[in-house]
Design a protein around this ligand. Sequence first.
Ligand code: SF4
Length: 451
Amino acid sequence: MTVITTSVFELLKIGPGPSSSHTIGPMKAGFDFFRLMAELPAEIQATAAGIQVFLYGSLAATGKGHGTDRAILAGLMGKSPEDCPPDFLDGLALERNTAFTLKAGAQPVPFRGTDILFDAGCFDFPFSNTMVIRLSGRDGVILEKEYYSVGGGFLQWKGWQESERGTPRYPYENAEQLWKQMKKHRLKLDELMLANEKAITGLNEAEINRRLDRIIAVMEESVQRGVHTEGFLPGPIGLHRKAALLYQRAKGLAQNAERLLVYLCAYAFAAAEENAAGHIVVTAPTCGSAGVIPAIVSLLRHHYKLPLETIRSALLASVAVGFIAKQNASISGAEVGCQGEIGVASSMAAALVAFASGSGVQIAENAAETALEHHLGMTCDPVKGYVQIPCIERNAMGAVKAYTAWLIAREGLPVWHIVGLDKAVEAMNLTGRDMKVEYRETSQGGLARCC
Ligand code: SF4
């Protein structure tokens, strides 16, 4: 095992749905190439005549349905995942013969839908999700780069090397070591996470807080857009959005507990539907599970009126759970099934609500463990390969389980809690590795097979 050196902002990323590997990673690749073209000498730019994009592996197989082509094009137009307007991709009608004018610096370069090749032929790359982007000139290739979307919105390329990063001030590999560090240094969980983030990234506290506030704002925006949008989601299923209906129903409910529960579901549906529509969300920890934490955040902000600073600290604390799961198991449906996506999101959300409500770290850990424990074994089986069924409803169930896990943990004595978070993560890892490939994001098993 190795010490966790991931940054908070590598786990919580802003970008377009519906799939971090198929949309956020490719948009980053397009944006990187846009910048490289802008750095070419003017006399080379002046010879640019065309751009081609070659997609391989699962990007070629399911990229059309996931909007990979539009995400790359937006990147080539100079849009990065963090700064892309929420509905920019909606206006990007990309058909085979649609003509665009891209830019290599100041030089206009023609581009058509047919310049994106989905089935790019023989495959001999180290990663399944590979893209090659090429700028051609009158006399041949000017610039070419081979990119790999390696999951969770992380991007690598041929010759990529891990960038230098600082050493965490309070190193840990798992929950047990984390709790020991807190005890030894008399730190609260958010204080330890903040100190580590500063050491790993070199950012100061004000900048970390600014970025956290932006993450929270984007989460809340995705919920607000979702509860005020009706209609059908894109794709062949013809699935109708439901968040707006749930939101309106919640307003009319008299019984407090029922009302809060329906609000919570409405919020989770809202962000998950926005993700399915290809709009901007936060990977928390993935695009598919982008509704769980925003639902809990919206509940705490708008119904329990908790201040932004409290949510910020609780979010920071919840990321520790995501780090531990990512480090010792996985947060990818392709590796361990949906337990790694909705399960981990629910576990993080349970820790968040516990921390925000003033519970100690023991209750937060118990809540996180309970939420994860009751997602163990959950497969990844998106119907027709779209992040809609069962994904959207699963976000609501994940949020409800998170809240319930906290309620249960709050009332228990620590000695009653037999299974620790590390054990639940280990069980998730073993269960995930035992899952047949059909149940790991291939859309060949479970609901995907039956529907
Ligand atoms: S079913 Fe698969 S695609 Fe859908 S949320 Fe779960 S892990 Fe993600």
